[in-house]
Design a protein around this ligand. Structure first.
Ligand code: ZN
Length: 81
């Protein structure tokens, strides 16, 4: 990925990711294709959906966040849970 400039103030942006902290685990947030479907057992049903890891850039000057869903789709083994 090329150089990142803040669209709000033109400042430098640094790479990072949004940490998903739940039930004692630490995960990187994912972008999921489609609309959220409620699941009685799991909160949201994501079975068979397309996942992409989310990369988030932060402006060092104003804190603006810019997120990208990476181009590679996560392997199908990660999809069902
Ligand atoms: Zn900025």
């Amino acid at each position: 990925m090329a150089e990142h400039k803040c669209s709000e103030c033109g400042g430098e942006m640094e790479e990072g990711f949004i940490l998903d902290r739940s039930y004692g685990t630490r995960l990187v947030s994912s972008w999921v294709k489609g609309s959220p479907e409620p699941s009685f057992w799991l909160g949201l049903s994501v079975k068979g959906k397309e996942f992409r890891t989310v990369q988030t850039w932060r402006c060092v000057q104003c804190g603006f966040l810019k997120s990208y869903a990476v181009t590679e789709v996560d392997p199908p083994s990660n999809w069902e849970y």
